[in-house]
Design a protein around this ligand. Structure first.
Ligand SMILES: *Cc1c(COP(=O)(O)O)cnc(C)c1O
Length: 297
């Protein structure tokens, strides 16, 4: 990463944090279907892209240099969140430890190699250890031991919602907004923003996780009142599961100049095409990035 890249990333994060980000600049008509725009968050920066930039901008506000020495966070060996966190930490000159699910592989995945190149420490956790990542007692213990700000897997949590809340200002101009969901943090942040604006936009989340309805039932009480929403199961039987139909769709969009990732945005597009729009509703799709993960062939 060059000094120029680091400077651009700092600028991007400040704009997101201060509510000065120009969303419209990254919005374009979808090349395949009418009445549909796509917000190209994959283009906000080549090294820090997608909704992970939004979530980390919010977490940046929680990092008080007098209180914390470093950041600790979690992810798998192809994690978009770890990749983004390492770019973020490099640009802001914050020491980062990545707690990685599984055993060290030789060679490292390209994702983890980038993290290491940008100065992150990689610590591998076995299945039992990694399973404790949601345990608040464990997180507290890690925070104390390392004087660290602990960011949950995926950048989830209230802090991660901040820039997503701001994004609602742009989303409110559409009848519907479709996005891919993992932890659901991005969608919740947008929903809270929509509620604050009293906007009527309906949120449709395509769930990339095969979670047996967990996200849907969590949202029954977490989603703010007055916001219309729907969860569509888009996991194709499992997280990161591939099918020939998905592969065909990704190649088709690649040829139209719209790169999609296989885990999230490809599945979003598959679900959107299946829903056969075109009833005159104005729809916004959010391209949440994740293209670095396509190196896992
Ligand atoms: C992490 C990620 C998501 C899921 O975001 P949540 O806020 O966890 O729902 C969606 N798309 C891409 C490309 C991601 O990397």
């Amino acid at each position: 990463m060059t000094q120029r890249n680091a400077q651009q990333i700092r600028q991007l994060l400040s704009e997101l944090l201060l509510g000065r980000f120009d969303w419209a600049r990254y919005c374009q008509p979808l090349p395949s279907l009418p009445n549909t725009d796509i917000l190209r968050l994959d283009q906000v920066h080549p090294l820090l892209q997608g909704n992970k930039a939004l979530k980390l901008a919010g977490w940046w506000q929680r990092f008080e240099p007098g209180t914390y020495r470093k950041i600790l966070t979690f992810g798998g060996c192809w994690s978009n969140h770890l990749h983004a966190s390492a770019a973020f930490a490099y640009a802001l000159d914050i020491p980062l430890t990545c707690l990685v699910r599984g055993y060290s592989t030789v060679p490292l995945t390209p994702t983890l190699q980038d993290c290491a190149n940008w100065g992150a420490d990689l610590v591998f956790l076995n299945k039992q250890e990694y399973a404790r990542r949601y345990d608040s007692g464990y997180q507290e213990e890690l925070a104390q031991l390392h004087d660290a700000l602990v960011i949950p897997e995926g950048g989830a949590g209230e802090a991660g919602e901040l820039a997503c809340f701001e994004l609602a200002r742009f989303v409110q101009h559409y009848d519907e907004c479709w996005l891919a969901a993992g932890s659901g943090t991005t969608a919740l942040g947008i929903a809270r923003g929509l509620q604050a604006l009293r906007a009527k936009t309906r949120l449709v989340a395509v769930n990339a996780v095969a979670d047996k309805g967990e996200l849907d039932s969590a949202w029954q009480h977490e989603m703010p009142a007055g916001v219309a929403w729907q969860v569509i199961d888009g996991a194709l039987g499992g997280f990161a599961r591939q099918t020939p139909e998905l592969q065909e769709l990704i190649e088709r969009y690649q040829a139209l100049g719209l790169p999609l990732d296989r885990v999230y945005t490809g599945k979003l597009m598959l679900a959107y095409e299946r829903a056969a729009q075109g009833e005159g509703k104005k729809t916004l799709l959010i391209h949440s990035g994740g293209l670095q993960g396509n190196r896992s062939v």
